[in-house]
Write a protein that binds this ligand. Structure first.
Ligand code: CO
Length: 173
């Protein structure tokens, strides 16, 4: 089911999400809702807190590189539960956006390469070793679990401009 997205500066975006302890039907339903919501809102990643659920769950479905059809396939969705970074290194800058901050995009610098330990929907442990686009997406979504959004990485000047523009934009509605 498509859910409403929690929009900045909603205080729920500052919550530290809790670990998943039961890999049950409720979790699977949450993952389905997150997928439906992400695809409908045309995002490439979503953390559970963005639909108001403070659990350490995120999904990512990046457009495939070198692929002719840009159709989103459900089976390509990475479902990540209780993620823990075991390595982060290098540096890479890429443009980021967020469904909770619609219409705003900015270059953000993050680690280029990451190794992440996580659980799938059945409670099986996995390790992913990746870089660039997926590494950055994992860091962006993981930040949501820690109550952080990507605009916190802006310089003071850019952040001030963002806040001013955002207030203006959302007052006129
Ligand atoms: Co986001």
């Amino acid at each position: 089911m498509v859910k409403d997205i929690v929009i900045y500066p909603d205080k729920r975006l500052k919550l530290i999400s809790k670990e998943v302890t039961e890999f049950n039907e409720e979790l699977h339903e949450l993952l389905e809702d997150m997928y439906d919501t992400m695809v409908t809102k045309k995002g490439v990643g979503l953390a559970a807190i963005q639909i108001g659920v403070p659990k350490r769950v995120l999904i990512i479905n990046l457009p495939k590189e070198n692929s002719e059809d840009d159709e989103i396939k459900k089976e390509d969705t990475l479902e990540i539960i209780n993620p823990v970074f075991i390595e982060k290194n290098g540096s890479w800058k890429n443009q980021e956006g967020c469904l909770s901050i619609p219409g705003f995009y900015e270059d953000i610098e993050r680690a280029k390469h990451v190794i992440l330990e996580y659980y799938d929907r059945y409670g099986k442990k996995h390790i992913i070793d990746t870089d660039e686009f997926l590494a950055v997406a994992l860091q962006h979504e993981h930040d949501h679990l820690e109550g952080k959004v990507f605009i916190e990485k802006l310089s003071i000047l850019k952040r001030k401009k963002f806040e001013k523009d955002w207030k203006k934009k959302h007052k006129s509605k």
